[in-house]
Design a protein around this ligand. Structure first.
Ligand SMILES: *Cc1c(COP(=O)(O)O)cnc(C)c1O
Length: 388
């Protein structure tokens, strides 16, 4: 018998929970709060710009590093945090944040290197570390007395070994909605400097922070600009997750490294969409501010509804997501409830434990997406009330 075709290091990554949950949601006509994509369009000016590009003859390969007007707009946008990046040597356009993360890990790590990953983690991280041939060292978030989830700085310190090459950090954090505080990020920065580590930061929700939470790019902290690969993307900021226009900002050396890997993965992508994202970064931030306040309201709407339905709702101060404890409803394992939910009440959600290496520690939480129209959230909440 031949071995299975897929190489062993990728065998854990064949099925995604989203495909399975979406199939189940479709089968039972469930409201799908499992997958995090918005159900309304981005700013009209941006869509118009894309149309003009498509019909204006911009349909061939863009330059390898990305269209110059987009790199310039990304560089201007980053000035909001006080960091300057040369659009010609310090900015790279990628096929979404996902490719940026994977290309960064392939370019910067190799067999024997360790990458520290914080769980629960975005589902592509473990696969990206495996594709790079590196090893992931997983540390968990810890729950504070008031139910917030924070970085476990002791665990981070303990996870660093002579083989540690990089820390992969996501804030605002999917799936928990946690936004790391300045004090926590300063502690991470100090460890990166002390141990000469590279930080790869996934900032795709940089604009989607609520209440008094503030997004602080790790690269803005002392000693970090020179060692941080800062990654973001248009998808979550401008409601265009299908466009897959992302970017990297870093030093010329780190950007050149990521580009070396990226150019042989996709070379380029989304040519006609790049000028539209440049337009959006320059002109549509007031639209994004409205998106932010509307998402904050949706967070409140869904959180209140989940609490009403009997869940133990955890605080969320950013992203598209809120997590909820299923134990008050008499369940021990959120995955059991997640599999039953579409058929029992017609709602789909995702168990947080699928984003971890330690499912037992995370089995009580379900993730719900609130980036949906109010009617959709209300319908889901009405259905979930039938649980009690
Ligand atoms: C959605 C998401 C991504 C993917 O971004 P793309 O630009 O679509 O590749 C990456 N990281 C996190 C945390 C996300 O939620």
């Amino acid at each position: 018998m031949r071995e299975p075709a897929l190489v062993p290091r990728l065998r854990p990554f064949t099925a995604t929970i989203f495909a399975e949950m979406t199939a189940l949601a479709v089968k039972h006509g469930a409201v799908n709060l499992g997958q995090g994509f918005p159900d309304t369009d981005g700013p009209a000016g941006m869509l118009e710009a894309a149309k003009n590009s498509l019909f204006g003859g911009d349909n061939q390969y863009p330059p390898g590093p990305g269209r110059p007007e987009l790199r310039a707009a990304i560089s201007r946008h980053r000035l909001r945090y006080g960091t300057e990046y040369d659009p010609d040597t310090e900015v790279l356009v990628t096929a979404g944040a996902t490719e940026a993360i994977t290309a960064a890990l392939i370019a910067l790590t190799e067999a024997g290197d360790e990458v520290i990953v914080v769980e629960p983690y975005y589902d592509s991280y473990a696969a990206a570390v495996a594709m790079a041939g590196a090893q992931r060292r997983v540390i968990g978030l810890v729950e504070t007395a008031d139910g917030r989830l924070e970085l476990d700085l002791d665990a981070l310190r303990a996870a660093i070994t002579p083989r540690t090459r990089a820390v992969l950090l996501n804030s605002p954090h999917n799936p928990t909605g946690t936004v790391f505080s300045r004090a926590q990020l300063e502690a991470v920065a100090a460890l990166c400097v002390e141990h000469d580590l590279i930080a790869v930061t996934d900032e795709v929700y940089e604009h989607l922070v609520f209440d008094d939470a503030e997004h602080i790019p790790l690269a803005t902290l002392p000693g970090m600009r020179e060692r941080t690969v800062s990654i973001s993307s248009a998808g979550k900021t401008f409601n265009c997750t299908g466009w897959k226009i992302g970017w990297v900002c870093s030093t010329p050396e780190l950007v050149a490294a990521v580009k070396a890997a990226k150019q042989f993965i996709t070379f380029v992508s989304g040519g006609p969409l790049q000028p539209a994202v440049a337009y959006a970064l320059d002109h549509e931030l007031p639209w994004v501010e409205q998106l932010r306040t509307s998402l904050q309201d949706k967070r409140d709407r869904l959180s209140a509804g989940l609490a009403d339905a009997g869940f133990g709702v955890r605080p969320s101060t950013g992203t598209y997501f809120v997590t909820a404890d299923v134990r008050p409803l008499g369940f021990d394992d959120a995955a059991t409830l997640a599999w039953e939910l579409p058929e029992r009440v017609g709602v789909a959600a995702v168990p947080v434990k699928v984003f971890t290496d330690h499912p037992d520690e995370w089995k009580h939480l379900l993730r719900f997406a609130f980036c949906k129209r109010n009617e959709v959230i209300d319908e889901a909440v009405g259905r979930l009330r039938q649980l009690v």
